[in-house]
Design a protein around this ligand. Structure first.
Ligand SMILES: NC(=O)c1ccc[n+]([C@@H]2O[C@H](COP(=O)([O-])OP(=O)(O)OC[C@H]3O[C@@H](n4cnc5c(N)ncnc54)[C@H](OP(=O)(O)O)[C@@H]3O)[C@@H](O)[C@H]2O)c1
Length: 274
């Protein structure tokens, strides 16, 4: 499916889902990427931190390529299209390599200033508890949290290199810090995946820095999302809102320049140890 047909399907689906959007645009009259705006690609854009990042960058005037696994269920995201014509919703399961390649082809020639690898999973808690570790959960979490950001970085490196800002950002977590003691009962698979993500991005930095691309790792802190409610319900009361996290992450991204050393940063700009 090419980009236009993917977008047409999406808009048809959105129109069926959200009658209030009828008449706001069709694939034929929907404007394309505005070359005068910067462009950001966000994965997992339908809820949580990804939705907040999408909203934030739309408000900043970016073209936002919002990649979501199931567009028909992304009603909150789709409704933003009523206010912002520079929102482009794209279907993407980040573990689907063929679809990653198809999207990269569809946007070939479009500079992408910022790629944000946000989509992530915690993984089933029971199957990462000591005594009942599951290889199936390990493989699923590693596929989404580690390999997908690597593959997306590879697929979109040319688009990012052609942009003004040239930034690839992956959302990491304090759970991936190797130098801290582990927590009994902690999500061993999730934490391992974020540590691996950190290493993967360190390696990718070596691959793309010649093209002037900045490869960054940013942790959002503790954020009240579906993931937190399931993984660490006891922390929800003290958590930031996704909008607060997104504003912090976007500030850190804006401040990234060639002096950035590649070490993970918190949403408030502080350095997180490896
Ligand atoms: N919340 C926190 O306190 C916290 C702390 C540290 C780091 N993080 C990181 O922040 C990022 C966002 O997490 P969140 O808290 O916003 O979680 P969330 O509310 O659970 O959202 C996760 C997002 O990832 C998407 N996703 C999962 N698997 C996918 C796949 N195979 N293909 C495409 N999209 C997929 C989900 O899409 P579906 O709706 O289709 O499932 C959803 O949009 C993650 O990388 C997470 O590890 C969060």
């Amino acid at each position: 499916m090419n980009r236009d047909s993917a977008r047409l399907s999406l808009i048809v689906a959105a129109t069926l889902l959200l009658p209030s959007l009828s008449g706001t645009g069709t694939a034929q009259d929907r404007p394309g990427i505005d070359p005068d705006r910067p462009t950001v690609l966000v994965t997992g854009a339908n809820r949580g931190i990804g939705l907040a990042l999408t909203t934030h960058y739309l408000g900043e005037g970016y073209n936002v390529l919002a990649a979501v696994r199931t567009p028909a269920r992304a009603t909150e995201l789709t409704s933003l299209g009523g206010n912002y014509e520079h929102l482009f919703i794209e279907q993407l399961d980040v573990t689907d390599e063929a679809r990653i390649a198809e999207l990269a082809d569809a946007y070939r020639g479009t500079p992408i200033d910022i790629l944000i690898n946000n989509a992530g999973v915690y993984g089933d808690i029971e199957s990462q508890s000591w005594g009942s570790l599951s290889s199936a959960t390990f493989e699923q979490v590693m596929a989404v949290n580690v390999f997908a950001p690597m593959k997306l970085a590879e697929a979109f490196a040319d688009h990012v290199a052609a942009s003004d800002q040239r930034k690839i950002v992956s959302i990491t977590s304090g759970a991936g810090v190797v130098s801290r003691e582990g927590r009994p009962g902690g999500g061993i698979i999730y934490g391992t995946s974020k540590a691996a993500l950190n290493k993967a991005m360190r390696q990718i930095r070596a691959e793309v820095s010649e093209d002037g691309i900045i490869v960054a790792l940013i942790a959002p802190g503790i954020v009240a999302t579906d993931m937190l409610s399931v993984a660490r319900p006891g922390l929800v009361a003290q958590a930031k809102t996704p909008a607060e996290a997104a504003a912090g992450i976007a500030d850190v991204i804006a401040g990234l320049d060639e002096s950035y050393d590649g070490r993970p940063r918190n949403y408030d700009g502080s350095v997180i140890p490896w």
